[in-house]
Write a protein that binds this ligand. Structure first.
Ligand SMILES: NC(=O)c1ccc[n+]([C@@H]2O[C@H](COP(=O)([O-])OP(=O)(O)OC[C@H]3O[C@@H](n4cnc5c(N)ncnc54)[C@H](OP(=O)(O)O)[C@@H]3O)[C@@H](O)[C@H]2O)c1
Length: 248
């Protein structure tokens, strides 16, 4: 039977590319998100998959979804959790309401914590599990007007290191990948067309030592490396996949 992976935010961007990469590597893929149409679009290029609708802001939905996954025939082979879903809102500290802060912390931090908690016993019984958290360059090096998002991603990075120590003796690994600028629907510029898009990509690209922004596929390869058995002795690590912007 195939190994299984659960990927959150699998309907678009980095999550969709990660689903394709794990599928190419022979995994059964559980695709999690809210927008079913997007998840179905990702599934079009996969061989073995199951779509699971879940709003990561809702702890009860998370538990019900994990219960469903573990009852699925491929659930017992679930080895990898990719906490990829995220939301990004720009606002100054003064303008950011409690609600804006809480929304970003619920999806970007508490969603991963709750999913991990719900899957912990399963991984423990297996004596094996891998949790891959998608953070951000902004979690290491915040910029003005991204304070809540950056703080949520910094917390995710820090928690990954605590989790690695808790999981190590049980055979459970925890690592993170921190993408820089990647052209996905999370950015308003993603939907620009023609010259406007070209000019935006050129000016954003010049911020990176490598001279361009990244693709979802480039992040997916790093996620699969750290999430899969390709890195059996790596835990508590963070991989910056960002064209070098964390140095800029
Ligand atoms: N693109 C970048 O430049 C960049 C840079 C650094 C880090 N990242 C991180 O990379 C990850 C993937 O983002 P992306 O760039 O691929 O953007 P994206 O295409 O907008 O993907 C975000 C995904 O998160 C899901 N999501 C949002 N809220 C959710 C909720 N309440 N419950 C369940 N799923 C939810 C969305 O799915 P539904 O709408 O179906 O729910 C969507 O598929 C995020 O964690 C983001 O912070 C991205």
């Amino acid at each position: 039977m195939k190994k299984s992976v659960l990927i959150t935010g699998a309907g678009s961007g980095i999550g969709a590319a990660t689903a394709q990469e794990f599928s190419r590597r022979g995994y059964f893929v559980f695709l999690l998100g809210r927008n079913r149409k997007n998840l179905e679009r990702t599934a079009e290029s996969l061989t073995d998959f199951q779509i699971v609708s879940c709003d990561l802001q809702d702890p009860i939905e998370i538990q019900t979804t994990v219960d469903q996954i573990l009852q699925h025939p491929q659930g017992k082979n679930l080895e990898v959790l990719v906490n990829n879903a995220g939301i990004f809102k720009t606002h100054t500290t003064l303008e950011g309401s409690d609600e804006l802060w809480l929304d970003q912390f619920k999806v970007n931090l508490l969603g991963p914590v709750r999913l991990t908690r719900a899957l912990w016993t399963h991984f423990e019984k297996q004596g094996k599990g891998s949790i891959l958290n998608v953070s951000s360059t902004l979690g290491l090096k915040p910029t003005a007007n991204t304070s809540a998002y950056s703080a949520s991603k910094a917390a995710l990075l820090n928690w990954t290191m605590a989790l690695a120590q808790e999981g190590g003796p049980k055979g459970i690994r925890a690592n993170s990948v921190s993408p820089g600028f990647v052209d996905t629907p999370i950015h308003a510029f993603h939907s620009l067309k023609g010259e406007d898009k070209e000019n935006t990509l050129k000016s954003l690209g010049s911020l990176q030592p490598l001279g361009r922004i990244g693709t979802p596929e480039e992040i997916a390869k790093a996620i699969v490396f750290l999430g899969s058995d390709d890195s059996p002795w790596t835990t508590g690590a963070n991989l910056n996949v960002d064209g070098g912007i964390h140095l800029a």
